[in-house]
Design a protein. Structure first.
Length: 327
């Protein structure tokens, strides 16, 4: 069983049976619900907030638990569901025992502005709040969704990495470090960070990388350019996965992100006007393909996008001079 990582949670195994206790100060209470279940999380958060039970039948705790059981949530891709759950648990931590019916538009705006330093996360939080409010409408707890049309923050679009910053990143990495392997996989295949982390050695046949995209569930084969083929030939095989945590598991996404953040900070692209993010490597790959004259549908086959409009968004910064010359 995967270890639960929550503050103040003790896990004890006695004679082959595992027990979970909430322990804080003089408080020590055994959690009786199935580990990781919605009932388990409700029990945990009530204890963490010093409550024995929820006072209302329309709390955020109960709304989020109900949403997790809904068909809409269960139809989400694995990656999207995990992202929504992170936001839901952050909302639950702050508001779990409060009554959903008292939530107002201004509260959504406050939640957005509290995250304004990371505009994409702020907009995601508003989107998840809106989804939860629509679910509350479906449950007939409220009459209307107060989060409708809350303005998104405009922190800018993801940017492809310019050549000087790519070279700086490469120079700052050790040859076969986690950061360098992640970078090479992403910049060469055009895949999302989570998909790169999930790549196995068996997925690579020497030319193509076979994968099922976490976000779209699309099964694709991506050609690996010579640069990546030669690089992978030099990478030690320490497990099933290319980015191996151990023999059978891949590294955690947050662990990889933190390693990459350290390099981004070292080369001056972690924050401010010159901020560049790992998702920009995906834009870089698409832009380079467009610059090389690759057809939009062929780029779509690489990125795995479901629509050409998204491919056009990714290739918007392709070199117009190169396109003019090809024409």
């Amino acid at each position: 069983m995967k270890k639960l990582e929550l503050p103040y949670l003790d896990t004890i195994t006695v004679k082959g049976r595992t027990y979970h206790y909430f322990r804080k100060g003089k408080t020590r209470v055994r959690l009786k619900a199935a580990p990781g279940s919605d009932a388990f999380l409700r029990e945990y958060w009530h204890l963490r907030r010093g409550q024995s039970s929820a006072a209302s039948r329309t709390t955020w705790d109960l709304l989020i638990a109900s949403y997790y059981q809904s068909s809409k949530y269960k139809r989400l891709s694995k990656g999207t569901a995990a992202n929504y759950r992170r936001h839901c648990e952050a909302i639950r931590e702050k508001n779990g025992a409060r009554d959903v019916r008292s939530f107002r538009r201004k509260h959504a705006i406050e939640a957005r502005d509290a995250l304004q330093d990371t505009w994409s996360k702020a907009n995601e939080r508003v989107a998840v709040l809106s989804i939860l409010m629509r679910h509350a409408v479906d449950l007939e707890w409220i009459d209307r969704n107060p989060v409708v049309d809350v303005e998104k923050l405009t922190g800018g679009e993801y940017e492809p990495w310019p050549e000087d910053k790519r070279l700086a990143f490469e120079a700052a990495c050790e040859e076969h470090s986690v950061e360098r392997i992640t970078y090479e996989l992403a910049i060469s295949t055009g895949q999302r960070l989570g998909d790169c982390i999930s790549m196995k050695w068996d997925d690579f046949d020497g030319e193509y990388m076979n994968l099922v995209q976490e976000k779209t569930s699309a099964q694709i084969q991506v050609y690996c350019p010579t640069r990546l083929q030669r690089f992978l030939e030099t990478v030690p095989r320490n497990g099933t996965y290319i980015l191996a945590k151990n023999r059978t598991q891949h590294m955690g996404k947050r662990q990889v992100q933190k390693r990459v953040e350290d390099i981004r900070k070292a080369i001056g692209v972690l924050s401010g006007q010159g901020r560049l993010v790992p998702h920009g490597w995906r834009y870089t790959a698409a832009t380079q393909l467009a610059d090389a004259g690759v057809d939009m549908r062929d780029i779509q086959a690489v990125t795995g996008h479901k629509t050409l409009s998204m491919v056009q968004k990714y290739t918007a910064q392709a070199n117009p001079k190169a396109a003019s010359r090809r024409a």
